[in-house]
Design a protein around this ligand. Structure first.
Ligand SMILES: [Fe+2]
Length: 183
């Protein structure tokens, strides 16, 4: 499965454009993490791009979310490593993140929401003007982008990356695809 095929599968299964943007943002952060940690950039990127492919199909059933996704991506022919990372990114199953790829996806996923919210409160709503420091401040404000699970983001420590560093990496990665994100 190459990137183009992965994107086509996402577009075939997901109508909500914000959800597609979330997966593109996760892909960008995953690629940056792969570069940092010596992972396979294409593999890690595809894990990010596909990770929520089942969200509309599972209609909010958290016991099904990511189980179906893992099955779907296996059928598409992705590696077992990617399928496992997708399966365990949903904490509801209680399947621990084991590999670096699992752990990377787990903490990259909620970071996208915090960064997007950080951009949207700027006067021009542009990622280009978003400072990692202001995202770091918002991190402490629990009511801000409350859906962006802070504990989950902070698991970047398990990758050997400090929170400030992780936020900066995420902001830079998302700035790199700002046009695709419409931000
Ligand atoms: Fe996600």
């Amino acid at each position: 499965m190459d990137r183009q095929e992965a994107l086509e599968s996402v577009e075939a299964n997901v109508e909500n454009q914000n959800l597609i943007k979330h997966m593109l943002a996760t892909e960008a952060i995953m690629r940056a993490l792969a570069r940092r940690l010596g992972g396979d950039e294409d593999e890690w990127g595809i894990a990010g791009l596909l990770h929520d492919i089942d969200v509309e199909l599972t209609e909010g059933d958290m016991n099904a979310h990511s189980r179906l996704g893992a099955d779907l991506v296996r059928e598409m022919g992705v590696s077992e490593e990617i399928a496992h990372a997708i399966l365990c990114h949903n904490e509801a199953h209680g399947i621990p993140a084991e590999t670096l790829l699992d752990k990377a996806l787990f903490c990259a996923d909620p970071l996208t929401g915090l960064i997007t919210a950080g951009a949207l409160v700027l006067p021009d709503k542009k990622l280009a003007n978003l400072k990692p420091k202001s995202v770091r401040k918002r991190f402490k404000e629990k009511s801000f982008a409350a859906g962006a699970n802070r504990e989950q983001i902070a698991k970047c420590s398990e990758l050997g990356i400090e929170l400030d560093d992780f936020i900066e990496l995420g902001v830079t990665a998302m700035q790199g695809i700002a046009a695709d994100l419409g931000l």
